[in-house]
Design a protein. Structure first.
Length: 51
């Protein structure tokens, strides 16, 4: 959504965000932006895959 004010962005959507006090080198494309304590990040999970 370009040139529109949104309350939220969802997976698969492109949004632009202005962050004060954050340097461009500190962030990367694809990172999640969330209120502190509102989500629990995971870096490991178990699954079953059928091919």
């Amino acid at each position: 959504m370009f040139r529109k004010l949104l309350d939220e962005g969802r997976a698969g959507e492109n949004v632009g965000v202005l962050l004060r006090g954050t340097k461009r080198e500190e962030i990367e494309r694809g990172q999640v932006l969330a209120k502190p304590g509102s989500i629990n990040p995971h870096n490991k999970f178990e699954s079953e895959v059928y091919i």
